[in-house]
Design a protein around this ligand. Structure first.
Ligand code: MN
Length: 225
C-alpha cells in the first residue's frame, strides 16, 4: 500500500493501479495500431510505483535500468471512491472519488519487444517510480471532468496536447468495463490512456503535465540506475 496526497493534504491510500492501453485515436495510430473501438484493455502496476509529483514536492524519479528508450505518457488519473463489482455505465460516476494528472512512464523498447512476441508488458510498464502523479482533487471540488485540455511539456517544450473529450472510452465506460474483470475497491486508481506525442526523455529533463481544472504535475528525471 502506498499513500498519495490529496489537495487538502489528506492521505489517500492506494493499493492497486490499473492502466488503460490505446485510448486516444492519434496515439493508437502513432503506435502502429488501428484505432477502431475494440473493448478497452488493461494492465496493472504496483502501488509502490506511485510518486507524489505536485510542483511543491520537487519530485525526482530515476531513469530505470534496462532501457534506452524511456517514454512519457501524460494521462488523466481517476481515483475510485467505494467498492463495486459489475458497475453499469450509468452508475459509474458515483464511484469517482476524484482526479489527478499522472505519467505512465514506460520502457518503450521492452514494451514493444514484448508486444511483438505476444509476451506480457510487465517489465516495460511496471517500472520503479514510473507513476508520478500530482495532487488528487476530489470530484466535489472539480466537478465531473468530461472535457478539458490535457498536455505535457518537456523542458518547457509542448510535446503532448489533446482534450479529455477525445478519449475513445470515457471514464464511465472504463470504470464499468474494468469492474466486470475485477471487483473495484476504494483506493484503486486508474490511468485512462495517453494522447499522441509520446517520446523519449533523458536524465535532467523536467516534465510538466496539466489537465484543465486539476492541480499540475512536475517531475525531474534523475540519473540512470
Ligand atoms: Mn499509458
Amino acid at each position: 500500500m502506498t499513500v498519495h496526497k490529496t489537495t487538502s493534504g489528506d492521505d489517500y491510500p492506494v493499493e492497486r493501479i490499473f492502466c488503460v492501453g490505446r485510448n486516444y485515436e492519434a496515439h493508437v495510430r502513432e503506435m502502429g495500431k488501428d484505432p477502431n473501438r475494440e473493448a478497452p484493455f488493461f494492465f496493472t502496476k504496483w502501488a509502490e510505483t506511485l510518486v507524489n509529483a505536485g510542483p511543491e514536492d520537487e519530485a525526482q524519479i530515476v531513469y530505470p535500468s534496462r532501457t534506452e528508450n524511456y517514454h512519457h505518457e501524460i494521462e488523466l488519473v481517476v481515483a475510485i471512491s467505494k467498492d463495486g463489482f459489475k458497475i453499469s455505465v450509468d452508475d459509474a460516476q458515483s464511484y469517482i472519488w476524484g482526479y489527478a494528472v499522472g505519467l505512465d512512464m514506460t520502457r518503450r523498447d521492452l514494451q514493444l519487444a514484448a508486444r511483438e512476441k505476444g509476451r506480457p508488458w510487465d517489465t516495460g510498464k511496471n517500472v520503479v517510480q514510473s507513476c508520478p502523479v500530482g495532487r488528487l482533487a476530489p470530484v466535489s471540488e472539480t466537478g465531473l471532468l468530461v472535457n478539458g485540455e490535457i498536455s505535457l511539456t518537456v523542458n518547457d517544450k509542448m510535446v503532448q496536447e489533446s482534450d479529455v473529450d477525445m478519449l475513445i472510452w470515457n471514464v464511465n465506460e472504463i470504470i464499468s468495463d474494468l469492474s466486470h474483470y475485477y471487483a473495484l475497491r476504494a483506493g484503486d486508481i486508474i490511468f485512462t490512456g495517453t494522447p499522441a506525442g509520446v517520446g523519449a526523455i533523458l536524465p535532467g529533463d523536467v516534465l510538466k503535465g496539466n489537465v484543465k481544472g486539476l492541480p499540475p504535475l512536475e517531475v525531474t528525471i534523475g540519473p540512470k540506475q
